[in-house]
Design a protein around this ligand. Structure first.
Ligand code: HEM
Length: 325
């Protein structure tokens, strides 16, 4: 069972990265329908299939590379759904072995909802709230699978480290801050605001006068959201808020990691504190790289993947602080 959960976790990581790649290559509408692609179970490639596809969706000519990005993400996501279902069924059948059951059940619900968000991403033409929700949903599935893996892994905290329990509240706050920062980043990405500020450390001159918080976080009604509907000031505000969020995240997590490191009597927590700072530093460097190098796809995808690793590090710290044995 542990191996199956580990496989599911790795698969979920691949799905998240493929999702980021699809979003960042503007391939979210590579297939304008769901779950098929122009009505096929594969990308239409032969001339007669392309003709049929374009007759059915005249406003969206087939772009094979974008359609493949989208379909490969869907195939992997479908496989993940099946593996999660298998985990749930096995947990149900082997209930007597004191295996967790609620978490696999929750995962089935989450992955189903995630599939619906994937469908709405397409049918609602990349509505930012749905796109960001789909990103957060993917990270939630990943976190729950990791939590399940930790629960199935027999590791002990030497000495129990009971003195660290008082850090549990701070660890939870760190987790919430990271979730908030991921949501701010998802909003930047879903609204195509990555290049709204190209200067460091904050933004182009005048940025303070141009800040528009209500506009940046408003939900605009439109037929199609591809390439964004918000004006420049609103996008600039989204971008700036993500940078301020990064500053808060960085300062808070560095402070928390140093407290954890100093208070720990076991090497496990000291290692976790070091990993936290390393992952955080890498994530900030990749974020700055997004700005300095004008969003190259490799850095943008890595910024997503390392964001997921930061989240998992906090999940592990929170869980381990509360674990009894
Ligand atoms: C402190 C930790 C940080 C976290 C957890 C974080 C997380 C994220 C996430 C999850 C996304 C969405 C990625 C996607 O859609 O695939 C994102 C986007 C972005 N982040 Fe960060 N970020 C952090 C720091 C930074 C910093 C310091 C900068 C720049 C100075 C930055 C710049 C950006 C930009 C430009 C985008 C939009 C990229 C795009 O459209 O693909 N981030 N961030």
């Amino acid at each position: 069972m542990r191996k199956l959960v580990l496989a599911a976790l790795l698969l979920a990581f691949v799905v998240v990265i493929l999702g980021a790649y699809t979003r960042l290559t503007d391939a979210g509408l590579g297939c304008p329908d769901w779950p098929g692609c122009y009505g096929f179970l594969h990308v239409p490639m032969h001339d007669e299939h392309v003709e049929l596809a374009e007759a059915a969706f005249p406003e969206r000519p087939v772009e094979a590379h974008k359609a493949w990005n989208e379909m490969i993400h869907r195939y992997f996501a479908g496989a993940l759904g099946l593996v999660i279902l298998a985990i749930f069924l096995i947990s149900l059948i082997k209930r007597a072995h004191h295996r967790p059951l609620k978490l696999p059940f929750l995962l089935v619900g989450l992955v189903t909802f995630q599939a619906m968000l994937g469908m709405w991403t397409v049918t609602m033409n990349l509505m930012p709230l749905v796109v960001m929700g789909h990103l957060l949903g993917g990270f939630t599935v990943l976190s729950c699978l990791f939590l399940l893996l930790l629960r199935l892994t027999p590791y002990r905290i030497p000495g129990g480290d009971p003195g660290l329990r008082r850090l549990a509240g701070f660890a939870l706050l760190g987790l919430l801050i990271v979730i908030g920062q991921i949501a701010l980043g998802g909003w930047v990405s879903a609204n195509y605001a990555a290049l709204a500020c190209t200067e460091l450390p904050v933004c182009e001159t005048n940025w303070l006068q141009r800040l528009d918080l209500p506009g940046a976080y408003s939900v605009v009604a439109a037929d199609n959201y591809e390439f964004g509907t918000h004006d420049y000031d609103e996008r600039m505000t989204m971008h700036i808020m993500h940078r301020f969020g990064a500053l808060l995240t960085f300062v808070y997590l560095c402070w928390f990691a140093s407290r954890l490191y100093k208070a720990a009597s076991s090497s496990l927590f000291r290692k976790l504190a070091v990993v936290l700072v390393l992952v955080l530093g890498l994530q900030v460097a990749l974020g700055v790289g997004n700005v300095v190098f004008s969003l190259p796809i490799a850095i943008a995808v890595a910024h997503n993947a390392v964001g997921a690793c930061l989240l998992l590090t906090l999940v592990m710290i929170n869980y381990t602080l509360l674990r009894k044995t």
